[in-house]
Design a protein around this ligand. Structure first.
Ligand SMILES: [Zn+2]
Length: 141
């Protein structure tokens, strides 16, 4: 219909539209910013679905740097032997109601009372019942 009130909103919309899409130095900058934003969103989404990708690479590497080195065959042998000696001390303690005064009281073969790597005699503390290997690097076995 020929009402003059219907015409003015369309005119206003056309002016707004011209301002948004018209050629200017500002719109080029906005387009670049939009492109950067799209790239950032794309990277974020890609990272979300690919947690093993490059940004988390350093995170995945960290535990392997901090983890202790694999025990050597000798260390494992010594640790197993020490475990055996400790079990013998425990059973001696259980059977006699006291700790053995020396490791020879355990009646274990002599070769089981020394380090399989260096041949050092195991160090035993009769007041605490603790036994350890004096071989370098075996102190915490
Ligand atoms: Zn040892």
């Amino acid at each position: 219909m020929g009402s003059p009130f219907l015409k003015s909103p369309n005119d206003n919309a056309a002016i707004v539209n011209r301002r948004l899409t018209g050629p200017s130095s500002g719109s080029a900058l906005v387009r670049i910013l939009e492109l950067i934003l799209l790239i950032l969103i794309g990277v974020a989404v890609w990272q979300y679905y690919n947690p093993t990708a490059w940004l988390s690479f350093s995170v995945n590497q960290a535990p392997s740097i901090d983890s202790p080195p694999m025990p050597t065959v000798g260390e494992r042998l010594c640790a197993r032997q020490l475990e055996k000696v400790r079990m013998a001390i425990d059973s001696y303690h259980f059977a006699h109601g006291k700790l053995p005064t020396t490791l020879s009281k355990l009646h274990l073969p002599m070769q089981e009372l020394r380090c399989p790597v260096g041949g050092e005699d195991y160090v035993y503390n009769p007041s605490t019942g603790r036994v350890f290997c004096p071989h370098p690097g075996h102190g915490n076995l």
